[in-house]
Design a protein around this ligand. Sequence first.
Ligand code: AMP
Ligand code: GLY
Length: 429
Amino acid sequence: MNVLIIGSGAREHAIAWKLSQSEYCEQVFVAPGNAGTAAFGTTAAVNIHDFNELAKFATDFNIMMLVVGQENALVEGIHDFFQSSEYLKHILVVGPKKAGAMLEGSKDFCKEFLQKYNIPTAAYKTFTEATFREAVDYVRNHTFPVVIKADGLAAGKGVIIAQNFEEAVDALEDLLRNKRFGNASSKVVIEEYLQGIEVSVFILTDGKEYVLLPEAKDYKRIGEGDTGLNTGGMGAISPVPFADEAFMQKVKERVIEPTLRGMQEEQLDYTGFLFIGLIRVNGEPMVIEFNVRLGDPETEAILPRIKSDLFELFRALHDHKLGEFKLEVDPRTAATVFLVSGGYPEGFEKGKEISGLEQVAADVMVFHAGTVLENGKLLSNGGRVIAVTALADTREEALAKANAAAETITWKGRYYRHDLGFDLKNIPA
Ligand code: AMP
Ligand code: GLY
């Protein structure tokens, strides 16, 4: 079978790498892909926001499975589009329809869902430009810090943690009045700040049955010790030691099961990944967010730990056989370190020649994100450029191997964090 993956990051590279190992997978296409995904087959030169173009590609290349790596296409309704076409509806889509994708596409929708199904989450209230005054009054009486979130998709930049009343009002002005994220910030969710350690939990589900994938912890801040600006992710570690059996049992009972009940009651007709962003507060899991896709950089750490055939897992999703699917997981630890351009997440330069890839140890995986091949040269082409993943028996060894690979790959200005896992050293269970 031929598969088309949508996206251009290291996550999609990892998905392409994993799927191409399946004997059932003939050709893997990635749209728009990057210099790394090109190694797995043809890069599909199509505009991923133009569903008609994607449809033509899918028919021309006899695509039987569409794996949607990133959220935008899902929120824009790519699954609904494929299903409504006579020529495309036989294609197995991994990723929910628009109704389900709203769990990520609207924070307000997500919070209402969480509340309705009694899933633990921070207390919240939603406001619009018309209720701006009420929003200001609400934060005036709130404890600080307070969390203010743009309702819609904002590429991970729509969350502001305001430390005091002035910062909160500035954020509200910026989002609601100045429409910093356009329509995505015509509504805001204001919620209670939760103090704790985060973990990303993933399931693949058809809305009834599910397979629990390995969990991961990602590192979002640019600076060592989790300081400085937020990024698209500086690395990830899987497994996460505090997500032990007792904690995961609570996650299953209090989060996953009521979520599946809610998906059914709301008729979301969900088929795809659900990324459950959790924070552990006093030993209890609380939901920070849902995403309707795999995480980046978490995918680069969790897929190398999955021994089962990913294609077979996707087929089980469509055959409604996830309940009997036995996922085989490598017990070793995976550490992923992201190499980024100097200056990122603020201004940075692209087009720097990348060297040292050939010296990376053979058992370290290299996943491309912002790279491009030009005249045979590999150049940086974005903020986050390359992710490296190493597996080892201990977290320390995995990190040492990944850090050694990160040191080997270089270009002018490249930066990476050397301290991943620092927060897991003395975490009480
Ligand atoms: P989100 O886009 O909702 O995942 O938020 C991005 C990041 O903001 C999360 O990964 C957390 O680090 C932080 N965050 C979001 N909501 C809260 C909250 N209620 N309390 C504390 N931190 C939060
Ligand atoms: N790692 C966070 C995300 O993929 O949204």
